[in-house]
Design a protein around this ligand. Structure first.
Ligand code: ZN
Length: 155
């Protein structure tokens, strides 16, 4: 288990575009495993490589159905609309209201560089869009509709 340090909003690496991945290397496998560990350790539903300081096109997502690894993800189709709360491990203690597609269909490559097509609705669609934006150097705070709010701590 290797939990990596999560870069926080304001870190310039979060504003940079990621590079496409050409092949699976032992180093990339290690990165992906560490990203899963880091996401679960922080109780997140998704994590993109730049959040651990690596400018490569890979994200991990788990909305409760097990981990999904997406290498070089590309949007094929999106439909509908959902407006709801969103947060980010790089912006701890905050949330904002963001409108996203209700349904997305993407293509990506898995940990064995096999092409996969993933369809997602609701939270999975939201997570896919959120993580794909990180690979382009964008964060959800650019899209929030009425500012960032503090997460109420339960007493
Ligand atoms: Zn995020």
């Amino acid at each position: 288990m290797a939990v990596r340090n999560i870069r926080q909003l304001g870190d310039s690496i979060l504003a940079k575009k990621c590079r496409e991945i050409k092949e699976i290397t032992p180093r990339l496998r290690e990165l992906i495993n560490d990203m899963k560990d880091t996401m679960y350790d922080a109780n997140g539903v998704g994590l993109a490589a730049p959040q651990v300081g690596v400018l490569k096109c890979v994200v991990v997502i788990d909305v409760g159905d097990g981990p999904i690894v997406l290498i070089n993800p590309r949007m094929l189709e999106s439909n509908g609309e959902q407006t709801g709360e969103e947060g980010c491990l790089s912006v701890p203690g905050k949330y904002g209201i963001v409108t996203r597609p209700m349904y997305v269909k993407i293509e990506a490559w898995d940990e064995n560089m096999e092409r996969i097509v993933v369809e997602g609705e609701e939270l999975l669609a939201r997570a896919i869009c959120h993580e794909m934006e990180h690979l382009e150097g964008h964060t959800y705070v650019e899209k929030v509709e009425d500012g960032l709010h503090d997460v109420e701590e339960e007493a």
